[in-house]
Write a protein that binds this ligand. Structure first.
Ligand code: PMP
Length: 437
């Protein structure tokens, strides 16, 4: 496969754009470096790059593109919005429509506010929780990604319950000290952290089903225990559902049939993004009425946005949710993902390559290891070189994955059984090449 034009564009991009990419996860740094592939067109489940190579896409733009690229219903909605003006700076009826759709699907949200990204949504839920509780600290879970605002970039911390160490330069220790990071799926360390700092913890923030160190389900009782512990200590529970909302069913993790005890796992605040914008920039947050009333103009917690609720993003979001309301769409993504993961697993097994696949309906992760992946430590303890080799072999056969062992694969409503078969064949060839080395 020839990538001459991608290489040329990468050299040019490096002159003008820092690192040649507008988000670090797009670089190929984690898979051996070199030019990332520059795409020029996307349609349905496929990409075409600037060298006219075709790919089956499982990146889905890191999650939003659940209906496939350029879905005609969404494209039409965006075109209509553009013709009527893309940005008003006034309220519009469309915003009410999408807010209503979100509330109906996610009942813990009495009130909603639209923003422009998942980062903004999460950042604001933390501010609102602090305003409401009049406390400062947050507890988060190692390896959960919540965007790039200062507080949530504090991720690591070698032992459990250590006070955070920034994962990025430019974050003052004074801010890092407001964050406590504990391991996912471990209630004891959460309890210990709350015992120690509980009277100043504003919120416990979690991806209720993790999408950022592979797909990882909470263990039975984990979310129930998390909600109970947080509330016992007077802290709020924030669910970051930027990846998970509308991912597994028409609703969010809070009402997903894969999780039990829905009454016991309801959060106080929820952050949303990705799918709800149908491929245009969006974020949203919402929660209980009395908590959301902290937000300006009703309350003292300030949050605003020139672009927030713009008609183009909102129209795309409504259209995307309309597609997802069609009967059978989630069942079909589930079916195809099951076929695909069974095929890949069987192929890896045949070649003696250890592979742990975590699948949740149409989304899954494939870690090169021979142990389960239930937390960040286990996700880190996997073979990065094997992933990099697999990624390169798949790419060379026209399969586009995220260039990181921590990212999920996403089946969309556009994928077909033929795509799945082609991908299994490419995986078989990749494993063959890997085991021949
Ligand atoms: N939260 C989660 C769970 C995410 O996966 C992401 C992005 N991958 C974000 C927040 C940040 O969203 P955005 O990139 O739209 O700012």
């Amino acid at each position: 496969m020839n990538h001459t034009n991608s290489e040329r564009l990468y050299t040019e991009a490096l002159q003008h754009i820092v690192g040649g990419v507008n988000s670090p996860s797009r670089s190929f740094k984690a898979v051996g470096g070199g030019a990332p592939v520059f795409m020029k067109r996307a349609q349905g489940a496929y990409f075409w790059d600037v060298d006219d190579n075709k790919y089956i896409d499982y990146l889905a733009a890191y999650g939003p593109i659940i209906t496939g690229h350029a879905h005609p219903h969404i494209t039409k909605a965006i075109t209509k919005a553009a013709e009527n003006g893309t940005l008003y700076g006034t309220p519009t009826e469309l915003e009410i429509q999408l807010a209503r759709m979100l509330k109906e699907a996610i009942p813990s949200m009495d009130k909603v506010r639209f923003v422009n990204s998942g980062t903004e949504a999460v950042m604001t839920t933390i501010r609102v929780a602090r305003a409401y509780t009049k406390r400062n600290k947050i507890i988060k879970f190692a390896g959960c990604y919540h965007g790039h605002s200062d507080l949530v970039l504090v991720a690591a911390g070698s032992g459990p319950s250590t006070l955070g160490i920034p994962d990025s330069a430019g974050i003052p220790m004074s801010i890092a000290h407001e964050v406590i990071t504990v391991p996912f799926n471990n209630l004891e360390t959460l309890k210990a952290a709350l015992e120690k700092w509980g009277d100043d913890v504003a919120a416990v923030m979690v991806e209720p089903i993790v999408g950022n160190f592979g797909m990882v389900m909470p263990k039975e009782g984990f979310l129930e225990g998390l909600c109970k512990l947080a509330h016992d200590y007077g802290a709020l529970v924030i669910y970051d559902e930027v990846i998970t909302a509308f991912r597994f069913h028409y609703g969010s993790a809070q009402t997903f049939s894969g999780l039990a005890n829905h009454e016991a796992i309801q959060p106080d605040l929820t952050a949303l993004g990705k799918i709800i914008g149908g491929g245009l920039p969006i974020g949203a947050y919402g929660g209980r009425k009395h908590i959301m009333e902290q937000v300006a103009p009703l309350g003292p917690a300030y949050q605003a946005g020139t672009m927030a609720g713009n008609p183009a993003s909102i129209s795309a979001g409504i259209a995307c949710l309309e597609v997802l309301q069609q009967p059978g769409v989630y069942e079909e993504m589930d079916r195809l993902a099951a076929l695909l993961t069974e095929g890949i697993q069987a192929s890896a097994d045949r070649h003696g390559i250890p592979l742990t696949i975590n699948r949740i309906r149409g989304s899954f992760s494939a870690h090169f290891c021979d142990h389960p992946v239930t937390n960040y430590d286990e996700a880190q303890d996997t073979d990065s070189e094997a992933f990099a080799a697999f990624f390169r072999h798949m790419l060379s056969q026209g399969i586009n994955l995220a260039p990181s062992k921590y990212e999920a694969w996403f089946i969309t409503t556009a994928h077909t059984e033929q795509d799945v078969e082609q991908t299994i064949a490419a995986a078989e060839e990749s494993f063959r090449r890997m085991s021949a080395n």
